[in-house]
Write a protein that binds this ligand. Structure first.
Ligand code: TYM
Length: 340
């Protein structure tokens, strides 16, 4: 797999670690899919060595769509185990659960008082959620990006490893901290997104971004049979009807994903273009490679899930470690806003 591209201007070494902080959040959605890993988690792992890195499982955010307490608890633990299995190292980063640091919601409220309603109403994800869960257009959906801004700002993070779908949220985060700084004086830095070389991974339908809510995912830590089934269901080049038709690898999602699982990407493309290989062959090979690539992580995941107390300990230690930093920011904000 190629090295994740940590742009903009990823710096390395102790100086950069001290100077800047990376932060990102991920919803406890139960499964971690290929889009999460190629679009974001690979960079979470890479940035551990470049900056002080903080990663958060955003259960408060999840509550805007999920109202089952047992499921939320289970999925939170599963997401933590997935992240550690994929390479987050509690010695090199801080991993925690959002609701364990309730200062996030307090800062979100304070940010809400400097955020015009029109800014949150125009957020694309709000519009999408309104359409996808019309029976549950709760206020949290509207406030969602304000809480996201608070997540980042409370630790004064400057680098935010995310997929392209989070760009609008990041833009809003910058606007919110700018509005705060303008009214109360320079307090928060403006965060920048850090993308991998796969900022948008398409789902098995080959059209929409891979997403659990759409149901077009490849569950990389799931059982090999499931991964194989999901990969074999992928839509390829829709104009390639017969096995002998030449393919167009540039529009085939399967061919595109091969880029991340072997050095023979160009050869695979060529096979498709000249109809030397069929779509089924290319999918079978991709399934084998994904299964093989994630085998060690799948094993670590199973190990961790067999020892839930270990996961809970990592999350608890993470939240404790962040307490002084969150408290210092809140004290500064209280002072500036006239609250204490
Ligand atoms: P979430 O949980 O939807 O996704 C987690 C991360 O995975 C990336 N991602 C993708 N990247 C490429 N292709 C895809 N198909 C794909 N699907 C998901 C997302 O871009 C994201 O980086 N709102 C955020 C969580 C959040 C957050 C934050 C992020 C809350 N607070 C503060 C950054 C900073 C979300 O729902 O991500």
């Amino acid at each position: 797999m190629p090295t994740p591209v940590a742009t903009p201007s990823a710096r390395s070494g102790a100086a950069a670690r001290a100077a800047e902080r990376a932060f990102s959040g991920i919803q406890p959605s139960g499964i971690v899919h290929l889009g999460n890993d190629l679009g974001a988690i690979r960079n979470y792992v890479a940035l551990q060595d470049q900056f002080e890195a903080i990663y958060c499982i955003v259960d408060y955010h999840a509550l805007t769509s999920l109202h089952d307490p047992d499921l939320l608890r289970r999925w939170t633990r599963e997401m933590a185990a997935s992240l550690v299995a994929l390479g987050l190292d509690p010695e090199r980063c801080t991993l925690f659960v959002q609701s364990h640091r309730p200062e996030h919601t307090e800062l979100a409220w304070l940010f809400a008082t400097v955020t015009p309603v029109s800014w949150v109403e125009r957020t694309p994800t709000y519009k999408e959620k309104k359409a996808s869960q019309p029976e549950d257009v709760n206020h949290g959906l509207l406030t969602y990006p304000i809480l996201q801004a608070a997540d980042i700002a409370i630790y004064k993070a400057t680098r935010v490893p995310v997929g392209r779908d989070q760009d609008a949220h990041l833009e809003l985060s910058r606007e919110i901290v700018r509005a705060f700084n303008h009214r109360y004086g320079e307090t928060f830095p403006e965060p920048q997104a850090v993308h991998t070389d796969a900022p948008t991974v398409l789902g098995t339908d080959g059209v929409r971004k891979m997403s659990k809510s759409i149901g077009n995912t490849i569950e990389i830590l799931g059982p090999p049979d499931l991964i194989r089934k999901q990969v074999m269901s992928m839509v390829t080049d829709t104009l390639r009807i017969k096995r002998t038709d030449p393919g167009r690898p540039e529009v085939c999602n399967v061919c595109q994903l091969h880029r991340f699982f072997g050095d023979d990407y160009l050869e695979i493309q060529d096979g498709e273009r000249t109809a030397r290989t069929g779509c089924v062959d290319t999918k079978r090979l991709l399934a084998d490679r994904i299964i093989r690539h994630y085998a060690p992580a799948r094993e670590r995941y199973a190990d961790l899930m067999a020892h839930p107390e270990e996961i809970d300990g990592i999350l608890e230690a993470g939240a404790d470690r962040l307490k002084p930093m969150a408290a210092a920011t809140m004290a500064e904000v209280h002072e500036k806003m006239g609250l204490r």
